[in-house]
Design a protein around this ligand. Structure first.
Ligand code: FEO
Length: 397
């Protein structure tokens, strides 16, 4: 099945919808599939292809181009070197031997290394440079770290369209060329932000600010549907990337024999009684995407773990490493759990999250089954969190 659609006169979506993919980088769950969007822009004199597709779906891109009777492709704009957008470049260059790859100097290095494209095939562009297609002009906006250091955005001046590749995108397989169901896209875009963009939050803010200089009618990312109302996604990003946190406690936990579970249940109840929103994640079968999404806004994380061979449970280690890598804007953290004969869980876990710039609140780690003293300590921790949230101005009372 091919997917050939026109966004504006002489601007076509020629990419592929991947309905079946369920995992990205062998790490990130894709419950709703994804798409690899590629756009063909036909100017009066030259034709440009913006991004390609994952090599597993090269046939769809090639068929779409054939059906459009594209003729020559003069330029392939590579906004980003990751293979889900660049992986079909070698085949495109073979089929369209006159085409040049247009990208940032850093992107050229990466593409030469990862796809073995010859250096003669490249035109490198600096920030703000333009490329004329005749009656259409492409302007390149260097935007490092939306996802990798080499990323850029491409602005089509006459049509006021911004091609953003990963930035502002969503892992969502849909036949909609443009957003129709905002709630669904919001969820998918937030998941995408949490998993891909959140580690670069300070840079994301700078890149968002730069977009204020552009008049944008359409944002066309390379994953998920395009936006006819750019403020829908720009405002969502401004919120997620801001320094504001919400009155929420995320509790990723696991329990082996039920003691940690008893503590987590009591603690969650204590937080709810104090007017705090709680998001619980049992790590035995986690959707790490949902956990990442919860970390986008929360003020506090409290990790619940039993002790395994004096350290935290390995599934908790995995979640802690992931949270550390994603660098959410959390303000406070703590640890609760139970051990049998001895534990170095608190020292080990805190050592695993150096990227989280949090204040550590007194952990509650008890020997064996939790009793009255443990529950009182959990209540004190809940009080402490409520006070911290009040100081932040995110909880009433
Ligand atoms: Fe969609 Fe960073 O690649």
């Amino acid at each position: 099945m091919s997917h050939k659609r026109e966004l504006k006169p002489r601007i076509y979506a020629v990419g592929a919808i991947d309905w079946d993919r369920r995992l990205f980088d062998e790490l990130i769950p894709l419950p709703d599939g994804t798409s690899y969007n590629s756009y063909l822009v036909r100017g009066s004199e030259k034709t440009a292809l913006i991004d390609t597709v994952d090599p597993t779906m090269a046939d769809v891109l090639i068929r779409n181009l054939e059906e459009l009777e594209t003729g020559d492709i003069d330029y392939v704009i590579a906004n980003h070197a990751e293979q889900d957008h660049s992986g079909t470049l070698p085949l495109i260059l073979e089929l369209y031997p006159g085409a040049k790859v247009v990208c940032t100097p850093k992107c050229k290095d990466l593409l030469m290394d990862s796809l073995l494209i010859h250096q003669d095939k490249f035109i490198t562009v600096e920030d703000g440079m333009t490329l004329s297609l005749g009656n259409k002009t492409l302007e390149f906006v260097h935007a490092p770290w939306v996802h990798w250091p080499e990323t850029m955005l491409t602005y089509l001046r006459e049509d006021r369209m911004l091609f953003t590749c990963d930035f502002l995108g969503s892992h969502l397989a849909t036949s909609d060329l443009f957003v129709t169901d905002e709630a669904t896209v919001y969820e998918a875009a937030k998941r995408y932000y949490a998993e891909i963009m959140m580690p670069f939050r300070p840079t994301i803010k700078k890149n968002l600010a730069r977009l204020n200089d552009l008049t944008i009618d359409i944002i066309a990312p390379s994953h998920g549907p395009a936006y006819k109302e750019p403020n829908f996604i720009l405002n969502a990003y401004r919120d997620w990337a801001s320094d504001d946190v919400k009155n929420e406690v995320v509790i990723p936990y696991i329990s082996m024999h039920g003691s940690t579970k008893k503590m987590v249940d009591h603690f969650a109840e204590a937080l709810i009684e104090r007017g705090i929103t709680v998001k619980l994640f049992n790590l035995s079968e986690p959707d790490i995407g949902k956990l990442a999404m919860a970390l986008v806004d929360a003020a506090t994380v409290v990790i619940g773990s039993p002790t395994v061979l004096v350290g935290p449970h390995p599934k908790v280690v995995y979640a802690a490493c992931l949270a550390n890598a994603l660098r959410p804007k959390l303000k406070f953290a703590s640890i609760i759990g139970s051990y049998g004969w001895g534990s170095r869980m608190v020292e080990q876990l805190t050592g695993m999250i150096p990227n989280l710039k949090v204040e550590l609140l007194e952990p509650v780690v008890v020997k064996g089954v939790p009793g009255e003293e443990a529950f009182k300590a959990l209540d004190r921790l809940a009080d402490g969190i409520a006070n911290k949230h009040k100081e932040q101005g995110i909880i009433n009372g």
